[in-house]
Design a protein around this ligand. Sequence first.
Ligand code: SF4
Length: 408
Amino acid sequence: MTRIFSFHGGIHPPENKRQSLGAPIKRAPLPARLILPLQQHLGKAATPMVEVGERVLKGQKIAEPTGHISAAIHAPSSGRVTYIGLQPVPHASGLESPCIVIETDGIDEWYQKNPIGDFRKVDKLKLIQHIRESGIAGLGGAGFPTDIKLNLSKDHIVNTLIINAAECEPYITADDALMRERPDEVITGIEIIARLLEPSKVLIGIEDNKPNAIKALRDVIRERQLPFELVVVPTRYPSGGEKQLIQLLTSIEVPSGSIPADVGIVCQNVGTAAAIYRAVVLGEPLISRIVTLTGFALGHRQNYEALIGTPFSVLLEAAEVDRTKMFRLVMGGPMMGISIEDDRIPVIKTTNCIIAATEEEMPPAPPAQPCIRCGMCEQVCPASLLPQQLYWFAKGREFEKARHHNLF
Ligand code: SF4
């Protein structure tokens, strides 16, 4: 049994997860327009392969990766391409970005599904290329193209594969719902990743506030007699941060400026594992994901399986939003999420949660107070920074000192 270690700092914010777990995952409505940003992942934006006026089918590749670190994009439903150009996208800058817009025809006609057969026997490079062709990028939040993390150079020997099932951010329950309802998909996805990386051990890190998901995964692991270890960690934000989870499960601290693979570890999110399963076993590219719709301005708070490209407004209406009560709209959770002004923006591969909050739920921040150097920020900072010191350096324009105190 794996020992659990600790990381510096962390907090216990109100969880607010229960309200979106009362009903099973629901299929979101097919929108009239799907808006597909070409940049939904880290790396270079994808390059369009279709033209305005062209009919496309569900699952058809409509943009290809540009260079090594990039991801393909597929049509989430059948219809006609009506526009290629700038549209509002989910980004903190609020700027517009190039998108492909598809007017759906309601037929939802598939292009062709392309399952790869028995993943245990298929050549590894073919498997990785298939995952790249399926447009899979990390669903946990960063959106790093998954094929890159599965195709490491010979300098990187993977000792430990860590599957991030912690979902520590308040309000968000998309991974929890996925694990409760589709544990087979998650575990098969992990088997595929393990086949590619051949780690010495596979650890699945999950917070102890998800008893149903823990049971569901444990049952499948036991049934299939797999050598995967489910490690239940105490609920503490941000235990699902990649570096924090690695420290919790292995005691290894990934040095600043390094990646986990430099210390023999690869991390993948449970949602990404399920997307790999769908691509390899069912032959479906990444065209939908689970999104938590929550906040007290909604009549129905639950998880929806939404097509990538679905405007937020469509999901808010499906969840019976009361716009007179909605004070703030947040994409992501209350800790790492961003406030959204324009609800025409679409769900992308990294959209895990939309919060339509009332004023009581997320009131405006109180006015800033002067720092009294109490040191509490240092005690909770999970990156072991000195926030108050960085603040004073920044205020005094002593940027070199801030840099030396690990600002980056
Ligand atoms: S910035 Fe840090 S040290 Fe200053 S008052 Fe806030 S918590 Fe205390």
